[in-house]
Design a protein around this ligand. Structure first.
Ligand code: UN1
Length: 511
């Protein structure tokens, strides 16, 4: 049997798949859909149906019904379910990792790392399920007690992008689940099979725990389904990963019904290399950041600021390294750069290179598309200027813009911040004062700021997300769970008088 077919069998994927999973093991909407394309070969892997308006509407209704039961299950018991999912992911790590590679063109090591990221956040969520502590606050009134409690929020919609088709769902779904929320997932139309495989993995575990409708799934390539999720007031939180352009629309739609949203949108991340930097750290970090996942991470390194003292050496060494990068089949162990996700992405690459050239940019390496099948491009280095419109935009491709050399770190930090986005940033330095400046309030304005490591590959333990057009949301670790719960300030009067706050006296007439 063909290796891909046997992999599909083990993950419960057929040639033609249903698009809607209700979270109880049942599926609907099997026909009339679209194909998932392997971007390395440009060939279909399998087909999937297309969830329509009524399907999604029904799914949200079911989620609402499932919520009170799940909400009332004690949080540590909710954690036990996620613990079993973590075990299943450990068992299926290799095959799920391979499926991710087939569907979105990641390297095998990256596909496996993505499943590891799911396992990590599941473990984190299990521990968290015993730690939803609130504060006890001093009341200004005698014989009063004040506390903060965290309650489950309700139904959480999760819209994920193709580039992390599994891990970003897991960040949201596992934290939401231990928080007592139920989850409706709309995955990227580029990665429906990964979503189906995950659903097949979690369904039997939910059933074994006597839970239905906790994790449901609606697959569609119609952007109207995302818009529908944003507009539906039955959703208590919508977590959206994607472009700033769409994220802005989602935020406006959600705000119109006073809903909550959590945005993880575009990044335009920079590495700054200081005069004192250890180049043996900086070079591999820049390379991984710029070409890892073919430049299709939100955290990919897109801009490079080099101090005059090391500018020429770094550019020379980078250009030499780029000449040896193997672009090709992501499942081959010696490949370092896989394909872009589709022809549109290749078109965006071509447009960005042309835009940079027109602005006066000098291509130091690459700049061309590679012959198919598959959507391959050359990893590209361009000498550019920060203010150019093309540099101010996020292009999801392996293009690294190298800025003119800087003299003063403060100037480099100012220019690094001078883009609409604010996700990730990195400084390479041995100078303690420079490191502290970068991390201070006047330093990097991004949600993630690293010293002596690159912009991508964040651990799940920290809160993940960024400022400005990146959307302000925080997912994964730290106290990101608070977004998935509602805060309640509770005051209890255990005395036999009714003192008012602010020392207000309000004497009612005798009655
Ligand atoms: C994303 O690109 O949407 O920090 C997420 C990273 C990964 C997650 C990226 N852990 O690069």
């Amino acid at each position: 049997m063909d290796a891909a077919v046997s992999l599909f069998n083990r993950l419960g994927i057929a040639e033609a798949n249903a698009a809607v999973a209700r979270g109880d093991g049942s599926w609907t909407r099997g026909h009339g859909g679209f194909a998932s394309i392997n971007p390395a070969l440009g060939q279909p892997l399998a087909t999937v149906g297309r969830a329509d308006r009524d399907d999604l509407d029904e799914l949200i209704g079911r989620a609402r019904q499932a919520f009170p039961t799940w909400r009332d299950r004690p949080a540590p018991q909710r954690g036990l379910l996620v613990r079993d999912i973590a075990e299943a992911l450990r068992e299926h790590k290799d095959e799920l990792g391979t499926l991710i590679c087939l569907e979105v063109g990641k390297l095998k090591a990256e596909g496996n790392a993505e499943v590891q990221e799911m396992i990590d956040i599941a473990d984190f969520a299990v521990g968290l399920s015993r730690q939803f502590h609130g504060l006890t606050l001093p009341s200004e009134r005698p014989q009063h007690r004040m506390e903060e409690r965290w309650h489950p929020r309700g139904v959480v919609g999760v819209i994920t992008a193709f580039n992390f088709p599994a891990a970003v769902w897991a960040w949201n779904a596992f934290i939401a689940a231990v928080c007592g929320d139920v989850v409706v997932w709309k995955p990227s139309p580029h990665a429906p099979l990964t979503a189906i495989a995950i659903q097949n993995l979690v369904d039997p575990i939910c059933v074994a725990h006597g839970v239905t409708g906790l994790f449901s799934l609606a697959i569609s390539d119609d952007p109207a389904r995302g818009a529908q999720l944003a507009a539906d007031p039955r959703l208590d939180l919508l977590s959206f990963t994607g472009s700033s352009r769409v994220g802005g629309q989602v935020a406006a739609t959600v705000a119109a019904h006073y809903g909550h949203c959590l945005l993880e949108c575009s990044g335009n991340n920079a590495v700054i290399v200081d005069a004192s930097a250890d180049l043996e750290l900086a070079l591999p970090a820049i390379l991984f950041g710029a070409i890892g996942t073919a430049g299709q991470r939100c955290t990919s390194t897109r801009r490079l600021f080099l101090h005059r003292a090391c500018h020429d050496e770094v550019v020379a060494r980078l250009t030499a390294a780029y000449a040896h990068l193997r672009v090709g089949d992501p499942l081959q162990p010696d490949t370092l750069v896989g394909p872009l996700i589709d022809e549109a992405a290749r078109g965006a690459f071509v447009a960005a290179v042309a835009g940079a050239r027109n602005a006066g940019g000098r291509v130091l390496h690459g700049g061309r598309t590679l012959p198919g099948p598959g959507c391959f491009v050359e990893p590209t280095l361009i000498a550019a200027e920060n203010r150019w419109p093309v540099v101010q935009r996020e292009t999801f491709a392996p293009i690294l813009y190298v800025m003119p050399p800087f003299e003063d770190l403060a100037d480099a930090i100012r220019d690094q911040n001078d883009v609409p986005q604010g996700l990730s940033s990195a400084l390479f330095t041995r100078d303690l004062r420079h490191a502290e400046l970068f991390l201070a309030a006047a330093g990097s304005d991004c949600g993630i700021a690293n010293v002596n490591l690159g912009t991508s590959g964040a651990e799940i333990g920290g809160a993940f997300g960024g400022e400005k057009a990146t959307g302000g949301g925080r997912e994964a670790g730290s106290d990101a769970w608070k977004a998935y719960m509602r805060r309640q300030t509770c005051t209890v009067n255990w005395g036999d008088t009714l003192p008012l706050a602010q020392n207000l006296h309000f004497d009612l007439p005798p009655h």
